[in-house]
Write a protein of this length. Structure first.
Length: 345
Protein backbone atom coordinates (compact mmCIF):
# COMPACT_ATOMS: atom_id res chain seq x y z
CA UNK A 1 0.00 0.00 0.00
CA UNK A 2 2.77 2.38 -0.93
CA UNK A 3 1.40 5.86 -1.33
CA UNK A 4 3.30 7.93 -3.83
CA UNK A 5 5.12 10.76 -2.09
CA UNK A 6 3.77 14.22 -2.80
CA UNK A 7 5.70 15.88 -5.62
CA UNK A 8 8.59 18.21 -4.86
CA UNK A 9 7.43 21.79 -4.91
CA UNK A 10 9.25 24.44 -6.88
CA UNK A 11 8.60 28.17 -6.98
CA UNK A 12 9.65 30.02 -10.12
CA UNK A 13 8.85 33.74 -10.03
CA UNK A 14 8.58 35.75 -13.26
CA UNK A 15 8.28 39.48 -13.77
CA UNK A 16 8.41 42.05 -16.58
CA UNK A 17 11.78 41.60 -18.29
CA UNK A 18 12.35 37.95 -17.33
CA UNK A 19 14.43 36.01 -19.89
CA UNK A 20 12.05 33.55 -21.64
CA UNK A 21 14.57 30.77 -22.19
CA UNK A 22 15.83 30.94 -18.62
CA UNK A 23 12.27 30.65 -17.32
CA UNK A 24 10.82 28.08 -19.69
CA UNK A 25 13.67 25.55 -19.67
CA UNK A 26 13.69 25.06 -15.88
CA UNK A 27 9.84 24.97 -15.83
CA UNK A 28 9.79 22.32 -18.54
CA UNK A 29 12.63 20.16 -17.24
CA UNK A 30 11.59 20.28 -13.59
CA UNK A 31 8.06 19.25 -14.58
CA UNK A 32 9.49 16.43 -16.71
CA UNK A 33 11.22 15.28 -13.51
CA UNK A 34 7.84 15.25 -11.75
CA UNK A 35 8.14 18.46 -9.75
CA UNK A 36 5.11 20.63 -9.01
CA UNK A 37 6.33 23.95 -10.38
CA UNK A 38 4.40 27.09 -9.50
CA UNK A 39 5.05 29.89 -11.95
CA UNK A 40 4.37 32.96 -9.85
CA UNK A 41 3.95 36.50 -11.08
CA UNK A 42 5.97 38.90 -8.93
CA UNK A 43 3.94 41.75 -10.39
CA UNK A 44 0.28 42.53 -9.71
CA UNK A 45 -1.28 40.54 -12.58
CA UNK A 46 -1.11 36.91 -13.68
CA UNK A 47 -0.39 37.93 -17.28
CA UNK A 48 3.27 38.83 -17.53
CA UNK A 49 5.01 40.15 -20.61
CA UNK A 50 8.56 38.90 -20.29
CA UNK A 51 11.47 39.73 -22.66
CA UNK A 52 11.02 39.66 -26.44
CA UNK A 53 7.27 40.17 -26.11
CA UNK A 54 6.70 36.62 -24.84
CA UNK A 55 3.49 36.61 -22.81
CA UNK A 56 3.06 34.07 -20.02
CA UNK A 57 0.01 33.54 -17.85
CA UNK A 58 1.36 32.73 -14.38
CA UNK A 59 -0.23 30.06 -12.17
CA UNK A 60 -0.37 32.31 -9.11
CA UNK A 61 0.54 35.74 -7.82
CA UNK A 62 3.72 35.65 -5.76
CA UNK A 63 1.98 37.37 -2.84
CA UNK A 64 -0.30 34.32 -2.60
CA UNK A 65 2.73 32.00 -2.35
CA UNK A 66 4.25 33.59 0.75
CA UNK A 67 2.76 31.10 3.21
CA UNK A 68 3.67 27.93 1.29
CA UNK A 69 6.96 26.09 1.59
CA UNK A 70 8.99 24.84 -1.37
CA UNK A 71 11.76 22.34 -2.03
CA UNK A 72 13.39 24.75 -4.47
CA UNK A 73 13.10 28.40 -5.48
CA UNK A 74 14.52 29.29 -8.93
CA UNK A 75 15.08 32.84 -10.17
CA UNK A 76 15.40 33.36 -13.94
CA UNK A 77 17.50 36.27 -15.22
CA UNK A 78 16.82 38.88 -17.88
CA UNK A 79 17.19 42.60 -18.23
CA UNK A 80 15.51 44.24 -16.44
CA UNK A 81 13.82 41.07 -15.09
CA UNK A 82 16.61 40.11 -12.68
CA UNK A 83 16.79 43.62 -11.23
CA UNK A 84 12.98 43.70 -11.03
CA UNK A 85 13.04 40.47 -8.99
CA UNK A 86 15.86 41.88 -6.84
CA UNK A 87 13.72 44.92 -6.03
CA UNK A 88 10.70 42.94 -4.77
CA UNK A 89 10.54 42.90 -0.98
CA UNK A 90 7.90 40.15 -1.00
CA UNK A 91 10.18 37.89 -3.01
CA UNK A 92 13.20 38.73 -0.87
CA UNK A 93 11.20 37.75 2.23
CA UNK A 94 10.09 34.44 0.71
CA UNK A 95 13.58 33.49 -0.50
CA UNK A 96 15.28 34.59 2.73
CA UNK A 97 12.92 32.48 4.87
CA UNK A 98 13.47 29.50 2.54
CA UNK A 99 17.29 29.85 2.64
CA UNK A 100 17.31 30.23 6.44
CA UNK A 101 15.44 26.92 6.68
CA UNK A 102 18.18 25.30 4.59
CA UNK A 103 16.17 25.16 1.35
CA UNK A 104 17.69 24.66 -2.10
CA UNK A 105 17.78 27.93 -4.06
CA UNK A 106 18.93 28.83 -7.52
CA UNK A 107 19.37 31.69 -9.96
CA UNK A 108 20.74 32.16 -13.46
CA UNK A 109 22.30 34.93 -15.55
CA UNK A 110 21.80 38.39 -14.02
CA UNK A 111 19.72 36.99 -11.14
CA UNK A 112 22.58 35.63 -8.97
CA UNK A 113 24.24 39.09 -8.76
CA UNK A 114 21.17 41.36 -9.06
CA UNK A 115 18.77 39.38 -6.84
CA UNK A 116 20.37 36.72 -4.59
CA UNK A 117 23.70 38.51 -3.97
CA UNK A 118 22.02 41.89 -3.56
CA UNK A 119 20.05 40.36 -0.66
CA UNK A 120 23.29 38.97 0.86
CA UNK A 121 22.12 35.39 0.28
CA UNK A 122 25.25 34.33 -1.63
CA UNK A 123 27.67 35.62 1.04
CA UNK A 124 30.29 32.96 1.70
CA UNK A 125 29.27 31.00 -1.42
CA UNK A 126 30.95 30.21 -4.69
CA UNK A 127 28.69 31.34 -7.51
CA UNK A 128 28.49 32.21 -11.19
CA UNK A 129 26.39 34.54 -13.29
CA UNK A 130 26.32 36.25 -16.66
CA UNK A 131 29.80 37.65 -17.42
CA UNK A 132 28.32 41.16 -17.87
CA UNK A 133 27.14 41.15 -14.26
CA UNK A 134 29.63 39.11 -12.21
CA UNK A 135 31.55 42.22 -11.16
CA UNK A 136 28.37 43.16 -9.27
CA UNK A 137 29.02 40.30 -6.83
CA UNK A 138 29.95 41.70 -3.40
CA UNK A 139 33.39 40.74 -1.99
CA UNK A 140 31.90 37.98 0.16
CA UNK A 141 30.88 36.02 -2.97
CA UNK A 142 33.54 33.98 -4.78
CA UNK A 143 32.88 34.26 -8.52
CA UNK A 144 33.62 31.03 -10.39
CA UNK A 145 34.04 30.78 -14.14
CA UNK A 146 31.78 27.78 -14.89
CA UNK A 147 28.45 27.25 -16.64
CA UNK A 148 26.82 26.00 -13.46
CA UNK A 149 28.05 26.16 -9.88
CA UNK A 150 26.55 24.05 -7.08
CA UNK A 151 27.77 25.21 -3.68
CA UNK A 152 25.89 23.95 -0.68
CA UNK A 153 22.24 24.81 -1.26
CA UNK A 154 22.99 27.50 -3.84
CA UNK A 155 22.91 26.66 -7.55
CA UNK A 156 23.85 29.38 -10.02
CA UNK A 157 24.17 29.48 -13.81
CA UNK A 158 25.38 31.82 -16.52
CA UNK A 159 22.73 32.47 -19.16
CA UNK A 160 20.22 31.36 -21.81
CA UNK A 161 22.40 28.80 -23.58
CA UNK A 162 23.40 27.10 -20.34
CA UNK A 163 19.81 26.97 -19.00
CA UNK A 164 19.60 23.29 -19.93
CA UNK A 165 22.66 22.38 -17.84
CA UNK A 166 21.39 24.61 -15.06
CA UNK A 167 17.98 22.88 -15.08
CA UNK A 168 19.59 19.42 -15.16
CA UNK A 169 21.72 20.41 -12.14
CA UNK A 170 18.50 21.33 -10.32
CA UNK A 171 16.98 17.95 -11.20
CA UNK A 172 20.13 16.24 -9.93
CA UNK A 173 19.93 18.12 -6.63
CA UNK A 174 16.25 17.24 -6.16
CA UNK A 175 16.13 13.71 -7.60
CA UNK A 176 19.67 12.42 -8.26
CA UNK A 177 21.77 11.64 -11.33
CA UNK A 178 19.67 8.76 -12.61
CA UNK A 179 16.67 11.04 -13.12
CA UNK A 180 18.89 13.45 -15.07
CA UNK A 181 19.92 10.64 -17.42
CA UNK A 182 16.31 9.56 -17.83
CA UNK A 183 15.29 13.07 -18.85
CA UNK A 184 18.35 13.98 -20.90
CA UNK A 185 18.26 10.99 -23.27
CA UNK A 186 14.88 11.55 -24.98
CA UNK A 187 15.57 15.29 -25.08
CA UNK A 188 18.73 14.61 -27.10
CA UNK A 189 20.72 16.76 -24.71
CA UNK A 190 24.26 16.75 -25.98
CA UNK A 191 25.89 15.46 -22.89
CA UNK A 192 28.28 13.19 -24.77
CA UNK A 193 30.77 15.09 -26.89
CA UNK A 194 31.27 14.68 -30.60
CA UNK A 195 27.94 15.88 -31.96
CA UNK A 196 28.17 17.43 -35.37
CA UNK A 197 25.59 19.06 -37.59
CA UNK A 198 25.38 18.93 -41.34
CA UNK A 199 22.87 20.70 -43.53
CA UNK A 200 21.10 17.94 -45.45
CA UNK A 201 19.42 20.17 -48.00
CA UNK A 202 21.28 23.41 -48.20
CA UNK A 203 18.92 26.35 -48.39
CA UNK A 204 19.58 29.87 -49.55
CA UNK A 205 17.85 32.38 -47.35
CA UNK A 206 16.61 35.56 -48.96
CA UNK A 207 14.79 38.28 -47.18
CA UNK A 208 14.47 41.97 -47.86
CA UNK A 209 14.03 44.06 -44.74
CA UNK A 210 12.73 42.75 -41.42
CA UNK A 211 11.91 39.03 -41.72
CA UNK A 212 8.29 38.19 -40.96
CA UNK A 213 7.97 34.90 -39.14
CA UNK A 214 4.85 32.90 -38.28
CA UNK A 215 5.05 30.61 -35.26
CA UNK A 216 1.79 28.71 -34.72
CA UNK A 217 1.00 27.33 -31.25
CA UNK A 218 -1.56 24.92 -29.84
CA UNK A 219 -2.22 23.16 -26.53
CA UNK A 220 0.49 20.59 -25.83
CA UNK A 221 3.34 22.13 -27.84
CA UNK A 222 6.78 21.82 -26.25
CA UNK A 223 7.23 25.16 -24.47
CA UNK A 224 10.98 25.24 -24.93
CA UNK A 225 10.75 24.60 -28.64
CA UNK A 226 8.33 27.50 -29.06
CA UNK A 227 9.86 29.98 -26.63
CA UNK A 228 13.49 29.46 -27.65
CA UNK A 229 12.51 30.12 -31.27
CA UNK A 230 10.60 33.30 -30.39
CA UNK A 231 13.41 34.55 -28.17
CA UNK A 232 16.26 33.84 -30.60
CA UNK A 233 14.38 35.19 -33.64
CA UNK A 234 13.31 38.39 -31.85
CA UNK A 235 16.90 38.86 -30.64
CA UNK A 236 17.75 38.92 -34.34
CA UNK A 237 15.03 41.58 -34.80
CA UNK A 238 12.67 39.33 -36.74
CA UNK A 239 8.98 40.24 -36.65
CA UNK A 240 7.62 37.07 -35.04
CA UNK A 241 3.86 36.49 -34.92
CA UNK A 242 2.83 33.87 -32.35
CA UNK A 243 -0.56 32.61 -33.55
CA UNK A 244 -2.97 30.34 -31.73
CA UNK A 245 -4.62 27.42 -33.50
CA UNK A 246 -6.94 26.90 -30.50
CA UNK A 247 -10.22 28.67 -29.67
CA UNK A 248 -8.53 31.45 -27.70
CA UNK A 249 -5.14 33.11 -27.47
CA UNK A 250 -4.05 31.27 -24.30
CA UNK A 251 -2.47 27.89 -25.00
CA UNK A 252 -1.21 25.47 -22.36
CA UNK A 253 2.06 23.90 -23.42
CA UNK A 254 3.15 20.28 -22.81
CA UNK A 255 4.56 21.03 -19.35
CA UNK A 256 1.86 23.48 -18.33
CA UNK A 257 3.42 26.81 -19.31
CA UNK A 258 0.54 29.04 -20.38
CA UNK A 259 1.63 31.02 -23.41
CA UNK A 260 -0.48 33.91 -24.62
CA UNK A 261 -0.38 34.16 -28.42
CA UNK A 262 -0.25 37.53 -30.16
CA UNK A 263 -3.17 36.70 -32.47
CA UNK A 264 -5.46 33.91 -33.58
CA UNK A 265 -4.25 31.92 -36.55
CA UNK A 266 -6.91 33.30 -38.92
CA UNK A 267 -5.84 36.87 -38.14
CA UNK A 268 -2.25 35.83 -38.75
CA UNK A 269 -3.22 34.27 -42.09
CA UNK A 270 -4.30 37.75 -43.25
CA UNK A 271 -0.71 38.89 -42.76
CA UNK A 272 0.73 36.32 -45.19
CA UNK A 273 3.11 35.90 -46.91
CA UNK A 274 5.74 35.18 -44.27
CA UNK A 275 9.47 34.93 -44.81
CA UNK A 276 9.48 31.88 -42.59
CA UNK A 277 6.87 29.62 -40.99
CA UNK A 278 8.28 27.56 -38.18
CA UNK A 279 6.29 24.94 -36.28
CA UNK A 280 7.17 23.83 -32.73
CA UNK A 281 6.85 20.19 -31.68
CA UNK A 282 5.39 18.60 -28.56
CA UNK A 283 2.31 16.40 -28.30
CA UNK A 284 -0.57 16.71 -28.76
CA UNK A 285 0.20 20.23 -30.02
CA UNK A 286 1.95 19.06 -33.18
CA UNK A 287 -0.99 16.82 -34.03
CA UNK A 288 -3.44 19.71 -33.63
CA UNK A 289 -1.26 21.91 -35.82
CA UNK A 290 -0.98 19.13 -38.43
CA UNK A 291 -4.79 18.96 -38.53
CA UNK A 292 -5.23 22.72 -38.80
CA UNK A 293 -6.37 23.34 -42.37
CA UNK A 294 -5.49 27.01 -42.28
CA UNK A 295 -1.90 26.31 -41.23
CA UNK A 296 -1.51 23.49 -43.74
CA UNK A 297 -2.76 25.81 -46.52
CA UNK A 298 -0.25 28.47 -45.46
CA UNK A 299 2.57 25.92 -45.40
CA UNK A 300 1.63 24.58 -48.84
CA UNK A 301 1.66 28.09 -50.28
CA UNK A 302 4.99 28.66 -48.58
CA UNK A 303 6.39 25.53 -50.23
CA UNK A 304 4.97 26.45 -53.66
CA UNK A 305 6.55 29.89 -53.44
CA UNK A 306 9.86 28.30 -52.40
CA UNK A 307 9.91 30.25 -49.17
CA UNK A 308 11.47 28.65 -46.08
CA UNK A 309 9.45 26.72 -43.54
CA UNK A 310 10.51 24.42 -40.79
CA UNK A 311 9.53 22.20 -37.93
CA UNK A 312 11.10 20.71 -34.86
CA UNK A 313 10.50 17.54 -32.87
CA UNK A 314 7.08 15.96 -33.37
CA UNK A 315 6.02 18.69 -35.80
CA UNK A 316 8.27 17.22 -38.49
CA UNK A 317 6.31 13.96 -38.45
CA UNK A 318 2.86 15.37 -37.62
CA UNK A 319 2.75 18.59 -39.62
CA UNK A 320 5.21 18.43 -42.51
CA UNK A 321 5.39 14.74 -43.43
CA UNK A 322 1.64 13.91 -43.75
CA UNK A 323 1.13 16.84 -46.11
CA UNK A 324 4.06 16.05 -48.40
CA UNK A 325 6.01 19.02 -47.10
CA UNK A 326 9.13 17.07 -46.26
CA UNK A 327 11.52 16.24 -49.03
CA UNK A 328 14.60 14.53 -47.77
CA UNK A 329 17.24 14.34 -50.42
CA UNK A 330 20.40 13.38 -48.62
CA UNK A 331 21.70 11.40 -45.73
CA UNK A 332 24.41 12.03 -43.24
CA UNK A 333 27.32 9.81 -44.16
CA UNK A 334 27.77 6.95 -41.73
CA UNK A 335 24.41 7.36 -39.99
CA UNK A 336 21.53 4.97 -39.77
CA UNK A 337 19.47 4.70 -42.92
CA UNK A 338 16.48 6.83 -41.92
CA UNK A 339 17.63 10.43 -42.08
CA UNK A 340 14.71 11.54 -39.93
CA UNK A 341 15.99 9.58 -37.01
CA UNK A 342 19.69 9.99 -37.80
CA UNK A 343 21.48 11.62 -34.93
CA UNK A 344 25.08 10.67 -34.68
CA UNK A 345 27.40 7.71 -34.92
C1 LIG B 1 0.93 21.74 -6.69
O1 LIG B 1 1.07 22.89 -5.91
C2 LIG B 1 -0.09 23.68 -5.86
C3 LIG B 1 0.23 24.99 -5.20
O2 LIG B 1 1.05 24.85 -4.06
C4 LIG B 1 -1.20 22.90 -5.16
O3 LIG B 1 -2.38 23.66 -5.10
C5 LIG B 1 -1.45 21.62 -5.93
O4 LIG B 1 -2.38 20.82 -5.27
C6 LIG B 1 -0.16 20.83 -6.12
N1 LIG B 1 -0.39 19.72 -7.03
C7 LIG B 1 0.00 18.49 -6.74
C8 LIG B 1 -0.28 17.46 -7.80
O5 LIG B 1 0.54 18.18 -5.70
Amino acid sequence: MATSPSPKKVLLPIVAGTEPIEASIPIDILRRAGANVTVASAGDALLVEIMYGVKILADELLVDCAAASYDLIVLPGGVPGAANLGGRATLEGIVRKHVEKGGLFAAICAAPPLALASWGLLDGHKATGHPWFVEKFPPKVTAVDANVVVDGNAVTGTGPATSMEFAMALVEQLYGKEKVEQIAKPMLVRYEGGYSMKELNSVEWHCSGTPKVLLPVANGIEEMEAIILVDALRRANADVVVASAEDGVVVTARYGTRIVADVMLDEAADRAPFDLIIVPGGMPGAKTLGGCEQLVALLKKQAEANRPYGAIGAATAHVLEPHGLLKVRAELPGTCSNPLTARRR
